[in-house]
Design a protein around this ligand. Structure first.
Ligand SMILES: Nc1ncnc2c1ncn2[C@@H]1O[C@H](COP(=O)(O)OP(=O)(O)OP(=O)(O)O)[C@@H](O)[C@H]1O
Length: 407
């Protein structure tokens, strides 16, 4: 069992926020984030509850990236050392890993996940680390990359060379053993870091972006960069394989539908929000189930239930304490369906919540932090994806040996 780990990162004030007065409402202290509601603050009212003025949250990691020159500044490298390195070690051990960035538009998701030419983000650093560190002796490694975006609830392959025709949306299907997948998504075998980065850059260039009222280069889609990493070795003369899927997800921002914006942007907003709203519902339901499960465990010492009846459920069921588990509506959006395993399944998952420091973003920041707080309660069931072969009458067959991680 492993809880979803949650990191929060605050970015510098933007030029627009500075022009608007540049008032900062966020503060961080070790693993705590506090945000101040200036509107309530200005009310000279002795009866206003202090909690109304100051919201406080605790997370696994807090990154202060507000002032690049300041002593507290958390750089891209520091974030990679904490989060990226743990992604690489989990992948090396054979676990699936998912790292996703969630936050308001313009809050720093793409900067954190992809970076800029001068300041590499987590995805290229993870690719670099994969080829630098993960070639243990006596093992042969295979790295395959796919890159897709979900735009208006449709899946587009970001790495398929666009012909003259409009790219056809791809279908999501579900395999009974391996879970949801995108039919026809191109997979690219890469043998070094350069090849991986060429694909990453190609995909980023193909992403759909547009200007919104708060961010000129806003990503309009949810992007999932996936690395299938397989290590093959010989154990006692028999072939053995450990595989891991790393999902690196840069979500679109959840801006409000602004009536001053053109209709396309509003339809887009509705679809972006459909995925994000469903993600919120899935996260809350999983967190509730996980809490129910842990309290049942401590009260009744409930015997372990089957995977289907707990986090990965498509239908509600009774817990040991007689309370009903929440239905998890993974299929209500393409994003949650594709991330089914990463959210409440076989994956070690990290969420990075990105926030603006500005007082103008108070309600979006508060909502991002509440969302992130729920995600932290989700308990996943990661397991090593290992296939060992054994000899039966001289024929080598796969062995269903997938040991559970010790809890
Ligand atoms: N930690 C940071 N340090 C310096 N600049 C940052 C940081 N985070 C974000 N920025 C800058 O802020 C702007 C918005 O960031 P970014 O594009 O990452 O937002 P986003 O959350 O991905 O937005 P959207 O959802 O609209 O795509 C960019 O110009 C980016 O370079």
């Amino acid at each position: 069992m492993a809880n979803v780990r949650v990191a929060v990162r605050v970015r510098p004030l933007s030029a627009r926020e500075r022009q608007d007065g540049g008032r900062i409402i966020v503060d961080m202290d070790d693993k705590q984030v506090r945000i101040r509601n200036m509107k309530v603050d200005r009310r000279v009212d002795a009866h206003v509850d202090a909690r109304e003025r100051l919201l406080e949250f605790t997370f696994d990691f807090c990154y202060w990236s507000l002032d690049p020159e300041g002593p507290r500044h958390a750089s891209q490298e520091e974030i990679f050392q904490d989060l990226g390195v743990s992604v690489l070690s989990a992948a090396e051990e054979g676990y699936n890993v998912c790292l996703f960035a969630y936050g308001q538009t313009g809050s720093g998701k793409t900067y954190t996940m992809m970076g800029t030419p001068d300041s590499m983000g987590l995805t290229p650093r993870i690719c670099q680390g994969l080829f630098r560190d993960l070639e243990p002796e006596g093992q042969s490694c295979r790295v395959e990359i796919s890159f897709l975006e979900i735009y208006n609830e449709r899946v587009r392959d970001l790495l398929r060379t666009a012909d003259h025709k409009k790219p056809t949306p791809l279908k999501v299907r579900e395999h009974p053993d391996t879970g949801p997948y995108v039919q026809g998504l191109s997979q690219h075998l890469v043998s070094d870091y350069r090849q991986a980065v060429v694909l990453l850059e190609k995909g980023i260039a193909n992403r759909i972006t547009a200007a919104t009222h708060v961010h000129d280069g806003s990503s309009r889609s949810h992007a999932i960069f996936s690395i299938q990493y397989t290590q093959a070795s010989l154990e006692n003369g028999l072939p053995s394989e450990i595989s891991s899927k790393i999902n690196l997800v840069d979500l679109a921002g959840s801006e409000r539908a602004d009536p001053n914006f053109c209709r396309d942007r509003i339809t887009e907003g509705a679809n972006i929000n459909k995925s994000l709203v469903t993600l919120g519902i899935v996260i809350s339901a999983l967190a509730q189930n996980s809490q129910m499960f842990s309290s049942c465990q401590s009260i009744n010492s409930v015997t372990s239930e089957g995977e289907g009846s707990f986090a990965g459920s498509q239908s509600s069921s009774l817990s040991g304490g007689g309370r009903r588990h929440c239905f998890i509506p993974y299929r209500d959006s393409v994003l949650t369906w594709l991330l089914k395993d990463s959210l409440g399944g076989n994956s070690k998952t990290i969420m990075i919540a990105t926030i603006s420091p500005s007082c103008g973003s108070y309600s979006e920041t508060a909502s991002t932090l509440r969302y992130a707080g729920h995600a932290r309660n989700i308990v996943n069931k990661p397991r090593v994806n290992e296939v060992r072969r054994h000899r039966v009458f001289g024929v080598i067959r796969p062995d269903k040996s997938i040991p559970d991680e010790p809890s």
